[in-house]
Every structure is written in C-alpha cells, then in structure tokens.
Design a protein around this ligand. Structure first.
Ligand SMILES: Nc1ncnc2c1ncn2[C@@H]1O[C@H](COP(=O)(O)OP(=O)(O)OP(=O)(O)O)[C@@H](O)[C@H]1O
Ligand SMILES: [Mg+2]
Length: 272
C-alpha cells in the first residue's frame, strides 16, 4: 500500500498493527492507518469486514489483541473508556442510539455533559461557574441546531421523529461534545436519496465550517466519493487498499472482494 503520511503533515489518530480476535474469528487483522487532522477518512468493505470493530477499538469498547491506537500522540490503551469522549472523540452508531423519550434539545444538552467541569456543590447553589457552563452549553447546542437545520424539531420527542431526522439528531448530539474527531458509522444507511444528499452537505460543513476531522464507515460509494479525502478498503479483517476514493475503487482486490456479493461497484450500498 503506497499511502504514507508525508513529513510535517499532522496526524490526529494513528492505528498501528491493530488486531482483535473473537474466539476463532480474526475480526481485525494487522490493520494500520493514520487519520490526518482535517480530513475525511473512510473505511469501506463488505459486510463483516471489520469496520465497526475498528470503531469499537477506538472507542475502547473492545481491547485489541495486538497493536496500538494513539490520538494526538497519546496511547488510547492508557485512557479509561469513559474518558475517550473527553479527549475529543465522538461517534454515531450503526443503529441510532438516542434517548427516545426525551426531546431533541434534551438529547443535545446531554451531549454536552463531557464538558461539564462544575462540581456538585457548585451546581446545587447555582454558582456563577455553573451559570457560565450552562450558557456555553446552550450556545453550542443552538449553533449545532442551526448548522444541521433542526430548529423545527427542537422540542419534539425523539421517539416520534422520522428515521432520517433521528439520524441527524444523533449527528448533532455527537457534535455538541465539540469533538476533534467524529466517528460516523454508516451515516447514510436507511436514508432516502434526498436525505443522503443532505448528509453530503452536513459532512462537508462539519469538515470545513467546524474544522472537525471525520472517520467514517460507509457503503454508499457515491457519498464516499463526494466527501472522502482518503479511503481504506477492508475485507475479512484485513487491509485491501488505501488511497483516494478513485484509486481504491479501481483496485483489483477491492473489485474482487465486492464481486463475490454484488458484481457491480456502483451498487455497493445494496451489498449491505
Ligand atoms: N463482540 C463480538 N463477538 C464476536 N464476534 C464479533 C464481535 N464483534 C464483531 N464480531 C465479528 O467480527 C467480524 C467483523 O464485524 P464488524 O461488525 O466489524 O463488520 P462490519 O465491517 O462493520 O460489517 P457491516 O458492514 O455488516 O456492518 C464479523 O465476523 C463479526 O461477526
Ligand atoms: Mg458495521
């Protein structure tokens, strides 16, 4: 694989020789890649390739059998799982995970909680520090609501919202933590064509307006090509190809991996 980070280019997250085994299955096998600050880096591959498992390793839900991940030069294995968000890593899930019986606004304010630095006593007496923190939280939440065009749904219960809107709310909640790195697991799955087009714009805005680095898993190659700076293709836990979206789509190993399931690269989404 030809793609290496040129000297001087800032690396935000680095995975080195990463493996994880579940019983007899090597879900991720010696995977190495760097995510550069400011880019959209996408993992593609057929079902079961190990993409979500890579996210779960970064989130510290799984412990690697071998290898290491570092974020801003800090080894994640030395960070407690509940402190990963505090470092500046946020994620959305392949299956949306929100508080269904809370409003959109409440869900977004919960997203802010990694930022709370006030203590119990300060909160009880509603100190100046607490008021300032509360105001900052509200301000950030309102900024995200505006960016993702969610004004209309602010007071709606999540449970009653269409799937496409819930997907955007989940994205909004992750952004409210003000992450440096945003992990998106299949942002377009379950969305119709129009909603998928909107997702292209949201991801570009997140990258360019908020300056957030994005690591994404995605099956829709049209969306992948539109937003990704670089793509890593995986199959059965292993790295197949790393490069620009065009380079990776043209790679014989990638075409072969998909041929088994669909026979046509343009229909990757249907392979999912
Ligand atoms: N907790 C687990 N226990 C056992 N096996 C697991 C576990 N998590 C993942 N696997 C296995 O690891 C492999 C990779 O799964 P993973 O969910 O990472 O695939 P994926 O690339 O995200 O696929 P999809 O496109 O279907 O979401 C699969 O064989 C899966 O069954
Ligand atoms: Mg997955």
């Amino acid at each position: 694989m030809s793609d290496s980070t040129t000297p001087g280019q800032s690396v935000l997250l680095s995975a080195k020789n990463l493996s994880v085994r579940f019983g007899g299955v090597l879900a991720v096998n010696k995977v190495s890649f760097d995510v550069r600050r400011g880019e959209v880096f996408t993992l593609i591959g057929p079902n079961g390739a190990g993409k979500t498992t890579v996210f779960n390793l970064i989130s510290r839900i799984y412990v690697p059998t071998e290898g290491e991940i570092s974020f801003e030069g800090q080894q994640l294995s030395k960070v407690a799982p509940h402190d990963v968000a505090r470092l500046g890593i946020a994620r959305t899930f392949q299956n949306i995970e929100l508080f269904e019986h809370a409003t959109v606004l409440q869900n977004l304010l919960i997203g802010r909680h990694t930022h709370r630095e006030t203590g119990l006593w300060s909160d009880l007496f509603f100190s100046k520090k607490t008021r300032t923190a509360e105001l900052a939280a509200r301000e950030k939440v309102e900024q995200v609501i505006e960016l993702l065009d969610l004004q209309h749904y602010r007071e709606s219960l999540v449970a009653g919202l269409p799937y496409g809107v819930r997907k955007v709310v989940e994205l909004a909640r992750a952004l409210c933590t003000e992450p440096k790195l945003l992990l998106l697991d299949e942002p377009s799955s379950g969305l119709n064509t129009e909603e998928t087009d909107d997702m292209v714009f949201w991801i570009r805005d997140i990258q360019h307006e908020l300056g957030v680095t994005v690591l994404m898993v995605e099956h829709d190659m049209s969306l992948v090509s539109k937003v990704s700076d670089r793509v890593l293709a995986m199959n059965q836990g292993e790295m197949l190809a790393l490069g620009t979206p065009q380079e990776v789509q043209a790679h014989p190993g990638v075409i072969e991996a998909y041929l088994g399931s669909v026979g046509d690269m343009s229909n990757l989404r249907r392979a999912a």
